[in-house]
Design a protein around this ligand. Sequence first.
Ligand SMILES: Nc1ncnc2c1ncn2[C@@H]1O[C@H](COP(=O)(O)OP(=O)(O)OP(=O)(O)O)[C@@H](O)[C@H]1O
Ligand SMILES: [Mg+2]
Length: 219
Amino acid sequence: MLVKATDMGVRRGERWIIRHVDLTVDRGQLIYLIGANGAGKSTCAKAILGLLAIDEGSVERIPALKVGYVPQRLALSPTLPLTVRRLMTLTERFPSSRIESALAAVGLHRLGDPPVTTLSGGEFQRLLLARALIHRPDLLVLDEPAQGVDMAGSGVLLDLIQDIRRDLQCGVLLISHDLHAAMSSGDDVVVLVPHEHDERSVGLVDPYTGAARQGSGQN
Ligand SMILES: Nc1ncnc2c1ncn2[C@@H]1O[C@H](COP(=O)(O)OP(=O)(O)OP(=O)(O)O)[C@@H](O)[C@H]1O
Ligand SMILES: [Mg+2]
C-alpha cells in the first residue's frame, strides 16, 4: 500500500464535495479516478496528497512517500521567460544527466531548450510528466494529463504512463474522462458522481452521468 483513503469526505460549507470515498493505490498499480465535471476528482487527488484537509474518514500514506503530481492547472506567468529545462528545475536543482533522462523518458530530449510557451499542447503535457518523473516518485498523481491532447496523442501518453509505471514500479492515480481506457487498462476504477451527497438529490442522480433521473430536476 502507498496510499489508502477510507470513507474520505471533504466538505465546503454545507456541501459535501466528496464523501464516502474508498481508494487504495498499491505499488505498481494504475488506478483510475473518473467522473463528470465537478464530481470532485481534483479535490479527491489533493486530499489523497494531503494538500487539503479532509473532514471525514482517513488517509494513510507510507512514511516518506515520494510523490510526482501533475495538477490540472498550472499557474505559469506568461511574462516569465521559462524554458523547458528551467521548468524542470524550478523547485529543485537536479544534475543535468537526471534532467536529460527525464526528458528522454517522455521523448522531449531532442527538443532543445525552447520557451515553454512555444510547445504544442501535447508536448507541454509530456513536459509536465517529465517534471513529475524527475523525483523518481513512488506515487504519480496525474490530473487529466491528456487535456488538450488529440486521440492519438492521448494513446501515446497512456503508453508513456504505462512505461513509466513499469520502469519506476510506482503507483499511478490517473484522473481521466476516458472510460474505455479505464476499463481496459486500470487495476481499479473509482467513479465519483457530482452532487451525490447533496441532500436534495440523494437517490435521484444517475450514477454515471450525475444527472437527475426524475422529480425536481435539481441536481
Ligand atoms: N475551495 C473550494 N470551495 C468551494 N467549492 C469548491 C472548492 N474547490 C472545489 N469546489 C467545488 O467542488 C466541486 C468539485 O470540484 P473539483 O475541481 O474537485 O471537480 P472535478 O471532478 O475535478 O471537475 P473537472 O472534471 O471539471 O476538473 C465543484 O463543484 C467545485 O466548484
Ligand atoms: Mg478536476
